[in-house]
Write a protein that binds this ligand. Structure first.
Ligand SMILES: NC(=O)c1ccc[n+]([C@@H]2O[C@H](COP(=O)([O-])OP(=O)(O)OC[C@H]3O[C@@H](n4cnc5c(N)ncnc54)[C@H](OP(=O)(O)O)[C@@H]3O)[C@@H](O)[C@H]2O)c1
Length: 215
């Protein structure tokens, strides 16, 4: 799915959540290299050294906590922060874990969308990039609760495309397969390199695409 026009990333200021490591950090590197100004959301006590990059401003941000930073010059929000507790459906902890995963992956993200949606009004090019998961569409028994949380996020992000589209905003929903980050530590499965996934996301974003799936 594609919008009609491309997007000049070098003219944008974007916020990336969960950017201290993993895919978020790879996205910050890729955007910085392309001349985009980046607010790099992290939740460390100090300023993380890995975010010392050209055009990058670290900003403390914990999903679900208040207040959220105002950042009035933000054009795009990249909803990347997420958790996976690798919990199967029949685990005695499944209910509790699903609650925790929903709080971060769904409610935390929705809260951030609510915070920034009105603030994007009037920006010439604006929108959201949402890091969902292939497991939202094709769930895995071994992380059933995470898959369910991402299915809920997928549903909200499809609705967001409608709401945001009516306001002239762009929404790119991304469905990666397994990536080699802390989230998949210890899993003996084929994994994509974070830098490769980040490059594909930023390419799709600059092309104005609305969905990105991986093989
Ligand atoms: N890895 C995969 O196979 C895979 C596949 C498909 C989709 N995804 C999605 O890609 C996104 C990035 O994941 P990743 O693989 O890069 O995992 P990761 O290495 O575990 O990184 C997750 C990031 O999210 C942050 N985070 C978690 N909960 C947060 C909260 N409540 N508030 C603020 N930040 C929070 C973490 O911060 P801390 O460092 O402080 O914990 C960390 O920076 C996630 O949405 C994940 O679901 C990953």
């Amino acid at each position: 799915m594609r919008q009609t026009t491309g997007i000049a990333l070098e003219e944008l200021t974007v916020l990336v959540t969960g950017s201290q490591r993993g895919l978020g950090l790879a996205l910050v590197h890729e955007l910085s290299a392309r001349g985009t100004r980046v607010y790099a959301g992290h939740r460390s006590a100090g300023v993380p050294a890995e975010l010392d990059l050209p055009g990058v401003t670290p900003v403390f941000m914990e999903l679900g906590a208040t207040p959220l930073p105002r950042l009035p010059d933000v054009d795009y929000v990249v909803n990347n922060a997420g958790i996976n507790r690798n919990t199967p459906l029949d685990s005695p902890q499944a209910t509790q874990v699903l609650d925790e995963e929903l709080r971060t992956n769904v409610l935390g993200t929705l809260n951030l969308i609510h915070h920034y949606l009105p603030r994007l009004a009037g920006r010439p090019a604006a929108g959201f990039v949402n890091i969902i998961s292939a497991l939202a569409i094709d769930p895995n028994y071994f992380c059933a609760t995470y898959s369910a949380s991402k299915a809920a996020l997928h549903s909200l992000c499809v609705s967001l495309r409608q709401v945001a589209g009516d306001k002239g905003f762009h929404v790119l929903n991304v469905y990666p397969t397994a990536i080699d980050t802390r989230l998949t530590d210890g899993l003996a499965i084929p994994k994509l390199a974070p830098a490769e996934v980040a490059r594909a996301i930023v390419d799709a974003w600059s092309a104005g695409d609305c969905e990105l799936f991986f093989q």
